[in-house]
Design a protein around this ligand. Structure first.
Ligand code: NCD
Length: 304
């Protein structure tokens, strides 16, 4: 595996082996030991878009494996001086890092660069396209709760159209035979997603989506990717905000997920976000373990 660009490119077996390896990296004791599996290796994190969780998580993952990391944000790089993406990446690659982790607002940016560079690229989110490590950490979190992926009903609710998290999850969950329901206002619910997974259900009715669900995955309304003049946020919560009463429609042991950042009172109520059913912080915790598994795999393959 040269780099990791998307879940679409992975086989079910490859996904399973990353998820299995991530278990070895989950914290079992209070104090975490630093490993030296990637000692002497250098990973560059290049983030052209805002990020708290993903960037920190990749950095911690690399450090826990003993690698050296540097993180560059677009504001602090020469991109703000007008350098092209290819020139920036070629410059960084000339310093011979072992991998480049990148996030970019343009869908396909890492795929385009991967064709030019020898250095493996790990996609940390490209536009509205894919966010592979998010789907992996989501799957790890579902499995940790004892819910098998095969046959379980996963309702993904919110701004599906602009969500790379939804796309990567549809790829992953459909490889494992989960029943996927995508739900949101019609304008944010693209029918093309049926092409990724023909069995996927689409609905604008939130109650219908949640009925009998094992997993409810909420998405943020990605206003930064919408170009309409105004978005009716108050009205949105009335129709698509997850509230305690909704949970009664789902399976009794339903889990509530959200990739973060959450907007309390917009897509999810505080009562739900802070409830026993919420696994939002487990997702964040698994982010580190899953990214350790991905970095280890990408760097060990790159050496061969
Ligand atoms: C997501 C992203 O950036 O795609 N966040 C994340 O990586 N945890 C989702 C979002 O921004 O809403």
């Amino acid at each position: 595996m040269k780099g990791l660009l998307g879940i679409e490119d992975l086989t079910r077996e490859e996904v399973q082996s990353i998820l299995d390896r991530a278990r070895d990296f989950q914290p079992r004791e209070e104090r975490l030991r630093k490993l030296d599996l990637l000692r002497g290796r250098m990973i560059v994190n290049l983030f052209f878009e805002a990020s708290t969780r993903t960037r920190t998580s990749f950095e911690i993952a690399a450090k826990r494996l003993g690698a050296d990391t540097i993180s560059i944000t677009a504001q602090a790089s020469s991109v703000s001086k007008g350098e092209s993406l290819v020139d920036t990446l070629n410059t960084l690659a000339a310093m011979r890092p072992d991998a480049i982790v990148m996030r970019h607002a343009a869908s396909g940016a890492p795929h385009f660069l991967a064709r030019y560079l020898e250095t493996p690229i790990v996609n940390a989110g490209d536009g509205t396209h894919e966010h592979p490590t998010q789907a992996l950490l989501d799957a790890r979190t579902i499995l940790d709760r004892g819910t098998p992926l095969e046959g379980s009903r996963v309702a993904i609710i919110g701004d599906i159209a602009h969500s790379r998290v939804a796309r990567s999850n549809v790829h992953l969950l459909s490889k494992f035979g989960a029943k996927i329901v995508l739900c949101g206002p019609a304008s944010l619910l693209p029918v093309e997603l049926k092409q990724i997974a023909p069995g996927v259900e689409l609905t604008t009715d939130m109650r219908e989506a949640i009925m009998g669900a094992d997993v409810i995955m909420m998405l943020r309304v990605q206003l930064e990717r919408q170009h309409e003049a105004s978005f009716p946020s108050g009205e949105y919560f009335g129709f698509y905000g997850l509230r305690l009463e909704h949970l009664e429609l789902a399976k009794p042991n339903v889990i509530v997920m959200h990739p973060g950042p959450i907007n309390r009172g917009r897509e999810i109520s505080s009562e739900v976000a802070d409830s026993q059913r919420s696994v939002i912080l487990n997702q964040v915790e698994n982010g580190v373990a899953v990214r350790m598994a991905v970095l280890e795999r990408v760097l060990s393959d790159a050496r061969n």
